[in-house]
Design a protein around this ligand. Structure first.
Ligand code: PXP
Length: 261
């Protein structure tokens, strides 16, 4: 109960001044579930991870219910909904079975992502332009259930404008290109694409988030760009947590975001 009271207060503070200037940190807990599923046992529990991340200062808990259930499983979803008192962000494909689970559990936000069974992690953004009316229908269903809809896309003008037209309230720009850049020139070019994408998103009236491949080492320049309202970071934080604990790992990432902003 003490924990709940504490986060109610934090959320109220966040809703006023703090959120206006500071980007939110969404902590992706999938990799905790990956360790659990490696043995098909009940530990470590991603729901416990969500609590620890919130105690470390996470503003949002992000999870991805994949169609193959390789990490997060159905049992986790209602428990996360119960335990998370900050923002709950569910990443998902537009498969009807997954849409149904989202509507039943009503996370704060659904981020629609592309999903391929053979991929190790989400690779690139959703093709909102190509998916057209299929996306529009899913967004309508989710928004009808009171869920904020975000599109995980590449920083491409056509995709951003199509996301706005499809009814999304937010976009998450794929930072994988930036994270994978091999040279300073490539990194500068990918960072510029992100900045341009942010400007287009803002012009369209969208909230702009960013994520994928961000680490303690590379987050600084992206976090220093004013305007991103949420960063979703998973692997690097969970990897660091193995050594320092999740609460501390989240605190350290929050500190980097604060310093960059
Ligand atoms: N945002 C989205 C939409 C993702 O699919 C992922 C990966 O699950 C992340 C952020 C987090 O990526 P990473 O684990 O590389 O930090």
């Amino acid at each position: 109960m003490v924990v709940y009271a504490r986060f109610d207060a934090a959320t109220r503070v966040g809703d006023s001044v703090y959120n206006a200037v500071m980007p939110k940190l969404g902590v992706n807990i999938d990799h905790v579930a990956t360790v659990r599923q490696a043995r098909r046992t009940d530990e470590p529990d991603p729901v416990w991870a969500a609590m620890e991340a919130q105690l470390g200062g996470a503003d949002c808990i992000t999870f991805h219910l994949r169609e193959d259930r390789r990490h997060i499983i159905d049992r986790d979803v209602p428990l996360l909904k119960e335990a998370v008192v900050t923002k709950l962000n569910m990443e998902m494909a537009i498969a009807p079975e997954i849409v149904k689970i989202a509507i039943q559990n009503r996370p704060t936000q659904c981020t629609l992502v592309p999903e391929k069974r053979e991929e190790v992690t989400t690779e690139g953004g959703l093709d909102v332009v190509r998916l057209g009316s299929r996306i529009v229908e899913v967004v309508k269903q989710l928004r009808g259930a009171g869920i904020i809809c975000s599109a995980y896309i590449e920083p491409d003008v056509a995709q951003i404008e199509a996301s706005k037209a499809a009814g999304f309230e937010a976009i998450e720009l794929w930072t994988g290109g930036y994270a994978n850049a091999k040279t300073p020139n490539e990194r500068d070019a990918t960072l510029k694409r992100l900045k341009d994408g942010l400007a287009v998103g803002q012009r369209c009236g969208l909230e702009v988030h960013a994520g994928h491949g961000l680490t303690y080492r590379n987050v600084g320049p992206v976090a220093a760009v004013p305007g991103f309202s949420e960063f979703n970071i998973g692997h690097s934080i969970i990897a660091r947590a193995v050594f320092v604990g999740l609460r501390e790992a989240v605190r350290e990432m929050k500190r980097l975001l604060d310093m960059a902003g």
